[in-house]
Design a protein around this ligand. Structure first.
Ligand SMILES: NC(=O)c1ccc[n+]([C@@H]2O[C@H](COP(=O)([O-])OP(=O)(O)OC[C@H]3O[C@@H](n4cnc5c(N)ncnc54)[C@H](OP(=O)(O)O)[C@@H]3O)[C@@H](O)[C@H]2O)c1
Length: 277
């Protein structure tokens, strides 16, 4: 029986992935920070492990558990992540660092912990959940996008580095998916009083809330495909919004793309700049 290790399995895409892999007969090691939700996954048949990807001791304990139980990790799904929204100027340092600690350094720590075991077996697959925000940045979401651009860069480098070692790497690029993601964005958002950026960040979250959003089930199916196809693609776009962004980036000159982004997000900013000049 093959084994998949999933981070951030207690909600949204990670939870749907755990359920799908279980249904397909895999041994699932579902990890996350929420004990109660992990218990629910355990009831469904998963092995569960309490793990915050920003805590190296949690990762070390997981590796010890894997080694002691002689488990072979066939697939690592690096899914844990969240969106820190706010302008580049106004988002506090500690929030920016927390964003990178989870989305980038947490993911890297998981890869660096599991990769030696995959290398030893000359086999394994790493599926990294990026975002459409890893394709293009957005005003008010620059720090989140920067973290996902970093995910794209490290995944590409890794894919090339491990190609000859029997390990494959795929990137998942979802557009909006209906999960708790938006609520977490809302809880973490930074909009100081008297901001010179006006309603920019609020408008961004409202306009992204307006997207219909894909389903976690469909996203999980695509992750499963990336995990099991003999020759996985380098990248998998999920949702029509992600596909449209990729298409527009391909066909439009950057200045024209700027025009659309500004039309979409900036009217509030322009009004406020006039007021604050
Ligand atoms: N939903 C979207 O529209 C969308 C679009 C593009 C990309 N994505 C990406 O998809 C991934 C999953 O997000 P989702 O939409 O499924 O959102 P979600 O429902 O909020 O799930 C995020 C999961 O990540 C976990 N997590 C966050 N920080 C963690 C940490 N430090 N250590 C371990 N687990 C942590 C959360 O655990 P807790 O419950 O303990 O917080 C939760 O289980 C993220 O990487 C996100 O950036 C989502």
């Amino acid at each position: 029986m093959k084994t998949v290790l999933i981070t951030g399995a207690t909600s949204g895409i990670g939870q749907a992935c755990s359920e799908l892999f279980l249904k397909k007969g895999w041994n699932v090691i579902a990890t996350g920070r929420n004990n109660q939700k992990l218990d629910m996954l355990k009831t469904s048949g998963a092995s569960v492990f309490l793990l915050d990807v920003t805590k190296q001791t949690d990762i070390n304990n997981l590796v010890t558990y894997i080694v002691n139980n002689k488990i072979t990790i066939d697939v690592l799904v690096n899914n844990a992540g969240f969106g820190q929204f706010g302008t580049i100027e106004e988002t506090p340092d500690e929030k920016i660092r927390a964003q990178f600690d989870t989305n980038v350094f947490g993911m890297a720590a998981m890869i660096r912990a599991i990769l030696p075991m995959m290398r030893e077996n000359s086999s394994g697959r790493i599926v990294n959940v990026s975002s459409a925000a890893g394709l293009t940045s957005m005003p008010g979401g620059g720090w989140y996008a920067a973290s996902k651009f970093a995910v794209e860069a490290l995944s590409d480098a890794l894919r090339w580095e491990v190609k000859k070692l029997g390990i494959k790497v795929a990137i998942i690029e979802p557009g909006p998916i209906k999960t708790d993601f938006a609520e977490t964005v809302h809880n973490n958002i930074v909009i100081p009083e008297n901001t010179p950026y006006g309603s920019l960040v609020k408008d961004l979250t409202q306009s992204t809330n307006g997207f219909k959003g894909g389903t976690v089930k469909n996203c999980a199916k695509i992750i499963y495909k990336a995990a099991t196809r003999k020759r996985p693609r380098n990248r998998y776009l999920v949702t029509k919004e992600a596909k449209l962004i990729k298409f527009l980036l391909f066909i439009l000159p950057p200045k024209i793309m700027d025009f659309f982004v500004i039309r979409m997000f900036i009217p509030a900013l322009e009004l406020n700049c006039k007021r604050y000049k």
